[in-house]
Design a protein. Structure first.
Length: 196
């Protein structure tokens, strides 16, 4: 997008809703206050009996994604079946986005941890450009310490990006246009939290 000064801004578009209130937790019943929101319908044949009963209590069809929010302004939704849309947000507001990062499979130390390799290609080095180097001490302690940065599975982590600004809201399509990137691949699910 372009702002008022003509500067282009890289943005991410998120479809945020409509979300349905499927549970309201109270201090009397649960020991804390929170509301549970559900998003996107799914077929009943893909749901188990516990899910079907849980959503039927709220008067809605089974949903694909469920998330609980403890820091929520209860004024927006108080009862089962209330529908929340993007109109609870405002343009220019700052939010946090939580998602699962892209999976990158088994990666070496250069891609996973940003190592620079063992050294130059000459002076006796052979096939060592992307090697991790030394991983342990000598005869004492005769082991590799836990937490050593090594090659391994990368990505698929829960990532939270904070202070992302809402550039534009499209209420008729429930879209949030957010400045910057969010974790995850295209089409993946994220949780949008109001900045606090």
């Amino acid at each position: 997008m372009f702002d008022a000064n003509g500067k282009n801004i890289a943005c991410t578009v998120i479809e945020a809703g409509p979300c349905v209130v499927t549970q309201v937790r109270t201090i009397e019943n649960d020991g804390y206050e929170a509301i549970q929101l559900a998003y996107e319908d799914k077929k009943e044949k893909h749901s188990n009996k516990a899910e079907i009963g849980h959503f039927k209590k709220a008067g809605v069809t089974p949903k694909r994604v469920v998330a609980e929010f403890t820091r929520f302004e209860v004024g927006h939704a108080k009862t089962f079946g209330d529908v929340l849309k993007v109109d609870i947000f405002e343009e220019g507001e700052f939010i946090d986005v939580v998602g699962t990062s892209k999976g990158k499979g088994f990666q070496g130390v250069i891609k996973r941890h940003g190592f620079s390799g063992v050294g130059g290609a000459t002076h006796g080095q052979h096939n060592r450009l992307r090697a991790p180097g030394s991983v342990g001490a000598s005869s004492y302690p005769s082991k590799v310490f836990k937490g050593m940065r090594m090659a391994g599975h990368t990505g698929v982590n829960r990532v939270k990006l904070i202070n992302l600004q809402i550039v534009k809201i499209v209420p008729e399509k429930n879209l949030l246009v957010i400045k910057g990137s969010v974790p995850g691949a295209s089409g993946s699910y994220v949780i949008v939290e109001r900045w606090s």
